[in-house]
Ligand binder design. Structure first.
Ligand code: MN
Length: 490
């Protein structure tokens, strides 16, 4: 399964008939060379396709309609090689439903000082052509990404590549289906939310299936299927328990859940320890191995974090950092570190080494001791992401953190864990996170960064809040206050 092989991006060049045939032929040739060079550089997750050079309002409108109707088109990149009067673009852009990137580049990186003449000036006009285009984007209040620089620059290519991942995240979001086994944990506020609003804004279909139906699906799983999955566990993980019955039970749970997820085309799911009727163990290893495959998960009925996990995993497909459901658990205030974990469900893609399968008693949920993967997280920069419902709108909060190797051995902690230093410090980061209303559940990702999430939020038309090394709590509080006003007016 690779969404990046199935999807592509369109490159549309802007021009007009004013310059004559020879110039337009050169514009087209240069555009094709730019697209060829960009693809060849190998920094894009999906293919960029040169579509056409636009010379008329009718042509622009037609191209936009085609982009909208094409399910494989994940976004549109535009570049004004020459001047392209923007009133020509208004009707087309009014219809655009795909992610939109304005690429402010130029065919040549340098001015050919001795050779430059008026023909050159008329051909390489993006410096003013793209300004005309920028104006209309701003005037129409269009959500778009702007990337500036020469197309052969690695930084520029990386920036576009990252935006492509965010745009794929938009496509994934619009087809996201979440399977909820049971409801949210009783009395918890932050895992609640307006599912109608979430579907209107983000496209998510969030629905509930009875736990009894899952138990039936688990009963249908054959012993041979359980054997085969346990054999895969043995290859992938280090089994350090003698209680193979507990491990086999997790395999049965995994296969039962997967059968239901596949039948309903769901890429994310939730469950809650308060509703395990007919199940002997809270799914641990089962959930962890499903997350490894790209499924989203949220504990205690947290469907928002579950869907975000799946979307961010899709955005990060093919990268090697890792993305997981996460929870801020406990602090080492003395050293400014946070220990993140969950009862069981941390994705092994964020593990530093091969995960161990262990079986331990679980005090919560009143079931048999569940098998789970235990490991320590990777070192390196990462983000924590929380989507909250502010009542009338959604807010996406992103916090930059630096993951560290846990400073102490924790032989009695029977769960996977990740330790991090929050930016700009535990104290300021924590203060801002609480001010913003960030949840205890998050998505931890070493692959997605704040820019990718900002681009995604802009395309989804939801509020974005970022806590970074530069965050000042006084300014941050003012930003939240202003944002509250702006989003009430929107
Ligand atoms: Mn939790």
């Amino acid at each position: 399964m690779s969404i990046y092989k199935d999807m592509n991006f369109w490159f549309i060049t802007g021009s007009q008939f004013l310059y004559g045939e020879e110039t337009l032929r050169q514009v087209e040739e240069n555009s094709k060379e730019i697209v060829k060079g960009l693809n060849k550089a190998g920094l894009f997750p999906a293919e960029l396709i040169y579509k056409d050079t636009m010379k008329t309002a009718g042509g622009i409108t037609q191209a936009v309609k085609e982009a909208n109707a094409d399910d494989t088109c994940a976004g549109v990149v535009v570049f004004m090689h020459t001047f392209s009067p923007s009133k020509m673009w208004i009707n087309g852009l009014n219809l655009l439903q795909k992610p939109y990137l304005h690429f402010h580049t130029q065919f040549h990186a340098s001015i050919p000082n001795e050779d430059i003449d008026m023909d050159y000036m008329n051909l390489h006009q993006s410096a003013h052509g793209d300004r005309e285009h920028g104006f209309i984007g701003t005037r129409m209040r269009l959500a778009r990404k702007i990337v500036v620089g020469h197309w052969e620059s690695k930084e520029v290519q990386q920036k576009i590549g990252k935006w492509m991942r965010s745009a794929i995240g938009v496509a994934v979001s619009k087809s996201m289906k979440v399977m909820r086994f049971g409801d949210n944990m009783r009395e918890v506020a932050v895992t609640e939310g307006d599912k109608v609003e979430a579907q209107m804004k983000l496209g998510w279909e969030v629905n509930t299936w009875p736990v009894g139906q899952l138990v039936k699906a688990m009963d249908k799983v054959s012993d041979a299927e359980v054997d085969a999955l346990v054999a895969e566990y043995e290859k992938r993980y280090k089994i350090v328990t003698d209680d193979m019955e507990a491990v086999r039970y997790q395999a049965r749970e995994q296969l039962g859940m997967q059968a239901m997820l596949e039948a309903e085309d769901c890429m994310a799911f939730t469950n809650t320890f308060q509703d395990l009727f007919g199940m002997m163990q809270l799914p641990g290893l089962a959930t962890q191995d499903l997350m490894r495959q790209g499924y989203g998960y949220g504990g205690e009925g947290d469907w928002k974090t579950s869907a975000m996990t799946a979307i961010m995993k899709a955005m990060a497909e093919g990268m090697d950092g890792g993305t997981s459901f996460m929870e801020d658990y406990t602090y080492d205030l003395a050293s400014g570190l946070t220990l993140g974990s969950h009862m069981l469900e941390v994705c092994p893609t964020v593990g530093a080494d091969k995960a161990k399968v262990e079986v331990h008693h679980l005090g919560i949920g009143d079931r048999e001791p569940p098998a789970r993967l235990v490991f320590e997280g990777k070192k390196g920069p990462a983000i924590l992401v929380s989507l909250i419902d502010m009542g009338g709108r959604l807010r996406l909060i992103v916090h930059d953190v630096n993951c560290v190797k846990p400073t102490k051995t924790m032989p009695n902690l029977p769960v996977a864990r990740v330790m991090w230093q929050a930016e700009p410090s535990l104290e300021v980061g924590g203060e801002c996170w609480l001010l913003a209303g960030g949840a205890h559940h998050t998505v931890l990702s070493y692959d997605c960064d704040a820019e990718m999430m900002r681009d995604w939020a802009r395309m989804m038309d939801i509020e974005f809040v970022h806590i970074s090394k530069d965050t000042d709590p006084v300014k941050f509080e003012q930003e939240l206050l202003l944002a509250d006003l702006v989003w009430k007016l929107k």
